[in-house]
Design a protein around this ligand. Structure first.
Ligand code: FES
Length: 243
């Protein structure tokens, strides 16, 4: 029996029990703190996710690619090339007569997408007064392009304007730059409108850029091609890499 005033010493069992309660409390605190920490951590990540602003280190821009040298060009002898992607055919021609937006001393050098704006056939260049292979009765009134799929034709002296057939819009013009020192001619941008099949008909500059640069590999070099015109007016292209 305990004497009055004597401080009760816990029995080993009670001591263990008290210590056990203390450990449980401690564990509860640890678990609670851990849970709160986890919640704060998850909340932090969630907030980060909500406020995440993607950054891009890729700036979309038109490539600059050498197409030809002015000293190699002859009037009405087209040069075919791919731009801005390695699978997008274009045609450059020195018309011998001044053209809208033409370059060179005579402002007669122009280039256009070779893909018809109607349904995407490859058309052919036909000089003024000549007939397309598919329509010998027709004489082109100007230097331009004629698509034998459905008869669309384009005026190369008027920035590719439609002068006949079902095409709803001009063919995209390739913007050219002449290096006066070397005579090299570079393609520097396209359109508007966008190339057929690339968000077809887009006219806003940013839209045209993103549309025309999608769906293939961006050209890093000039790739010359030779075109063989068939009687249907479509062309087959065989490529060769150039510098
Ligand atoms: S695809 Fe060229 S006229 Fe139809």
């Amino acid at each position: 029996m305990d004497e009055p005033g004597e401080k009760k010493q816990p029995t080993p069992a009670e001591g263990d029990q008290n210590q056990g309660v203390g450990r449980r409390d401690f564990l509860r605190i640890v678990v609670s703190v851990g849970a709160v920490g986890t919640i704060i951590g998850v909340a932090g990540l969630f907030t980060e996710f909500l406020t995440y602003v993607p950054t891009s280190n890729v700036t979309l821009a038109w490539p600059k690619a050498k197409v030809a040298n002015i000293n190699d060009l002859q009037d009405l002898k087209p040069v075919n090339f791919f731009y801005p992607l390695t699978n997008e055919p274009n045609i450059l021609v020195k018309l011998g007569v001044k053209a809208e937006n033409g370059i060179g001393p005579s402002e007669d050098i122009v280039a256009f997408s070779l893909i018809c704006q109607h349904l995407g056939c490859i058309y052919a260049f036909v000089p003024e007064g000549s007939s397309p292979t598919c329509n010998s009765a027709y004489k082109m009134p100007v230097d331009g392009g004629y698509c034998c799929c459905h008869g669309s034709h384009y005026d190369f002296t008027k920035e590719g304007a439609v002068i006949g057939g079902p095409a709803p819009r001009p063919v995209p013009m390739v913007q050219l730059e002449l290096d006066q020192a070397t005579g090299d001619i570079y393609a520097t941008s396209m359109g508007p409108p966008s190339i057929f099949g690339h968000d077809t008909g887009a006219t806003a500059p940013a839209q045209v850029l993103s549309a025309d640069m999608t769906g293939g590999s961006v050209i890093t070099n000039t790739v010359s091609i030779t075109s063989t015109q068939s009687t249907s007016g479509t062309s087959t292209a065989s490529g060769s890499s150039g510098a």
